[in-house]
Design a protein around this ligand. Sequence first.
Ligand SMILES: Cc1ncc(COP(=O)(O)O)c(C=O)c1O
Length: 291
Amino acid sequence: MNLVFLDGKLLPADQAHVSVLDRGFIFGDGVYELVPVYSRVPFRLDEHLTRLERSLGETKIRNPYTRAQWRSHVYALIDAQSFEDQGVYFQLTRGAAKRDHAFPKNLEPTVFMMSNPLTNPPSAQVEKGGSAVSALDNRWLRCDIKSISLIGNVLLRQLSAEADAVETILFRDGKLTEASSSNVFIVKQGLILSPPKNELILPGITYDVVVELARGHGLPLEMRELSESEVRGADEIWVTSSSKEVLAVVELDGQAVGAGRPGAVFRRMHQLYQDFKREVMRAGRRERISA
Ligand SMILES: Cc1ncc(COP(=O)(O)O)c(C=O)c1O
């Protein structure tokens, strides 16, 4: 039986109940994380916990656990699943209270975690790339907070789902921000480019890995504002996220991106990412065995 975590306990999903007055249900008043787990070893768990702590701080939701408690709850949830590669989702809401926009002080946050089998893009898709559509980024101005209020992202993602495409790439005021559930990189004449982190994009953990790998291996990289025309004229476009890892976009709004197939810089980065993941997993496994 695969178990979920609710407020300190592991239990079967059909026995996990949350109040109808929970502010997550009423207002979408909460934050979340999704951590990829390979062979039962979470990838960049500390970085995800740092981002969670930041989201909690920005939304003034009380963090009920220390770092060590978070780690031990995540490990217990991973061990309670029957499958090896997992996507561990966790969310905190401000808690349950009489409906009122303003929140009472000292509310007990609701903490929920579940784990699902991890589905990275199939190798055929990695080799062929995917298509994307574009849309106006009409979300709020605090996209740096990993909020569970995702209706903006949901509606934007639906546009690409209906076009049988992997992502919706977003532009605000003629500038690239990110995609509906991933960050975006482009390549022009061998130079890797992506918008710098600010309040208009989620600071992706995968984005950081890609930046570190590019810097560590001497691949030219620049973080700067990118105009819509630069994106449309790019040699390569990539989307990055914990579940997609690094994926090439070979068609945008029906137009081929560069040569219309995953480019050489993408192939290099994809390989670096896979090698890095294996290295981290080996280190992670040793850490868990010796713990
Ligand atoms: C809007 C948005 N941007 C970027 C990302 C990528 O973040 P990460 O690499 O941490 O998964 C996500 C992931 O869910 C997202 O929802």
